[in-house]
Design a protein around this ligand. Structure first.
Ligand code: ATP
Length: 605
């Protein structure tokens, strides 16, 4: 380390331990030594210090060190590469200095269980890289900085058991996994936490109101906040909305009274299509109207005919009838890029998931052939459709509903206390690779790949085994373009003719992104490009360990094997599809890592 940094760190420790030099010299914190040199595995020679590449202090953990002094951020932040600072469970008193804002690279800051008092300084939100903050169990008071939302990408925020007051500011709740401000003096309305956190995160603040607490906020207070210009804007908004609604209604009535040729064009609008059905020239169409509920699939789209429903041999649904399917109560679960998904209660006992695909330009015959081919290849970890429906405008696929949710939900949703440890993640990776390899092999000739592999399409069955869902739903072309427009080599390849080959490589890419999600615990956006490029940039900086999910590091997962899996992921997301290994090779690589893991568990004492 740099001499100045060493000096500053020793001063930081002097202040922390209130001058008790005996202690910290025993821990090796000495001006005449280097915290990083002369050690193996980058573990610092100073107790509690880890270094990056035996050069720069990267991590300081002084939990339960009996420290009774004060925290001088100006000193510790001299260590420019510091990413992790933990001073939990000591007796540190005084303020959180505003110089904490100088620790620009800090990702983890834990000061839980001390006697800190006073405000959280408003330099705090300058720490844009922070991922986790724990300031709980102290005596902090005053308001939180208003611009906490500047720390985008925050994963955890613990501030319970302090005296903090004022309104809870807006945070960037999109990535937050844990949030707790219980037992403080916060007041006013709780910001929109996107349904992610329960009442426990906010309890013990008598003046707080709004969801998720049961205490509603008084309406008048909010209203009085609007200035007269605000009110003017709001009311004019209402008026414009009313005019638009009236215009649409007029248009609807106008179209309704027009002859069939023109109404056919608006067949996508449920009830309009209904109206036009009476003029339908197709003799086989049966009437499905009548007692449809607003919440059934039928109310969303009409013009369906029962003759086009193909029920595949399956133990799940016996005697599934199209009319029943249409009339059953349905709940919209999601509207993805390629269509909507409904949860349908059928028969009071069977719950189905019905996918409506929009804009899929495939003929009914091709669709049928494709679905039957997929159905013939059965793998226990690939969900087969139980039925499908195809008309010119409409394609429906019916699956058994999986109560245990998706991989996406397990990684990013509320885990309900479930731990998703390294061993389980490795098992998921191995299992998905294996089932995908099976499907690729069986369907290679027909050129049917999955086409849209991602963590929302990996579902856990009732035995919590990961299964691939929605296999083969998406024709490759649209996917390739959206996916790889940023990669010229792919584009030329995809357009170069061998479409099927490319689609299989698109699955390998998708699988690589799933691996990255398993390793980093991070959300995927923009078809995986953001996550992939972030991982690339971190790996380039040789900060590989930084990419891994904090939970994995905390659990002590083997860094060596995580790095091995990361290397497999990087192979899968190679921008040039030809360089990506086939999925069966990937599967073999993951099995090797899994075997290593199993061996190490056995050899552990
Ligand atoms: N059979 C099923 N059982 C339970 N949940 C399901 C089932 N199929 C899908 N889901 C869940 O329902 C939600 C919506 O699914 P949908 O397939 O519409 O979304 P998507 O995969 O994000 O979008 P798209 O496939 O259109 O790109 C997802 O969270 C998905 O995990």
């Amino acid at each position: 380390e740099d001499e100045n940094v060493i000096e500053a760190l020793v001063q930081f420790m002097e202040k922390l331990s209130a001058g008790n030099s005996q202690n910290y010299q025993n821990w090796g914190w000495d001006r005449n030594s280097d915290p990083c040199v002369g050690n193996v595995n980058f573990v610092g020679t100073w107790k509690g210090v880890d270094c990056k590449k035996s050069q720069n202090v990267k991590k300081i953990v002084l939990d339960n060190f009996n420290l009774t002094g004060t925290f001088e951020a100006a000193f510790v932040c001299t260590a420019k590469f510091l990413v992790f600072l933990s001073l939990k469970e000591n007796n540190i008193s005084g303020f959180m200095p505003k110089e904490i804002g100088n620790c620009g690279r800090l990702r983890h800051l834990y000061v839980k269980g001390n006697r800190f008092a006073g405000d959280i300084p408003d330099t705090f939100p300058q720490l844009r890289k922070l991922k986790s903050i724990d300031i709980s169990d102290n005596n902090f008071s005053g308001e939180l900085p208003a611009d906490m939302s500047r720390i985008s990408g925050l994963l955890t925020f613990f501030a319970e058991n302090n005296q903090l007051s004022g309104e809870i500011p807006d945070f960037d709740f999109s990535y937050l996994k844990d949030f707790n401000v219980a037992n403080n003096n916060f007041s006013g309305p709780i910001p929109d936490v996107k349904g992610k956190f329960g009442a426990d995160s906010f309890s013990g603040n008598p003046e707080l109101c709004g969801k998720p607490l049961s205490k509603a906020c008084p309406p008048s207070k909010k209203g009085s906040k609007h200035s007269s210009t605000d009110r003017f804007l709001i009311y004019s908004g209402y008026i414009i909305l009313a005019v638009v609604v009236l215009l649409l209604l007029a248009l609807y009535l106008f179209k309704k009274n027009k002859p069939k040729e023109e109404t056919a064009k608006v067949v996508k609008k449920g009830r309009v299509a209904n109206a036009s059905k009476e003029h339908s020239s197709t003799p086989s169409e049966s009437k499905t109207g009548g007692n449809r509920s607003e919440y059934s699939i039928a109310s969303v789209e009409a013009g369906m005919t029962s003759s086009s429903l193909v029920v595949l041999p399956s133990p799940v649904v016996n005697g599934l009838k199209f009319e029943d399917l249409l009339r059953a109560p349905a709940e919209l679960l999601g509207r993805g890029k390629h269509g909507s998904l409904y949860k349908v209660m059928f028969d009071n006992a069977t719950i189905l998931a019905v996918k409506r695909i929009k804009d899929w330009d495939i003929s009914a015959a091709d669709f049928k052939r494709r679905m039957e081919m997929i159905d013939q290849v059965r793998h226990p970890r690939v969900l087969p459709p139980v039925a499908f429906y195809c008309s010119k405008q409409e394609k429906l696929l019916v699956y058994e509903y999986q109560q245990n949710g998706s991989l996406f939900k397990l990684l990013h949703g509320s885990q309900n206390g479930r731990v998703f440890d390294w061993g389980s993640r490795l098992n998921v990776a191995a299992s998905i690779a294996e089932s995908l390899a099976f499907m690729h092999e069986q369907l290679q000739e027909g050129g049917i790949a999955h086409g849209n592999l991602k963590s929302t399409n990996i579902l856990f069955n009732k035995n919590m085994e990961p299964c691939i869902s929605e296999y083969g739903l998406i024709v490759a072309q649209g996917q390739d373009q959206s996916f790889l427009s940023q990669s010229d080599s792919f584009k030329s390849n995809a357009l170069g003719g061998d479409g099927a080959y490319s689609t299989f490589k698109v699955d390998v890419y998708g699988f690589g992104v799933v691996l990255l999600e398993l390793l980093t615990g991070k959300l995927v956006e923009n078809n995986g490009f953001d996550l992939a490029s972030w991982v690339h940039s971190v790996v380039r900086e040789e900060w590989t360990a930084e990419v891994f999910d904090r939970a994995l590091i905390a659990e002590g997962a083997s860094e060596e094997r995580m790095v091995n899996l990361l290397q497999v992921a990087l192979k899968c997301i190679n921008p040039s599809p030809n360089e990506r290994p086939a999925i069966n090779q990937i599967s073999a690589m993951i099995n090797t890592i899994k075997e290593d893991e199993e061996r190490s568990i056995i050899s552990e004492p």
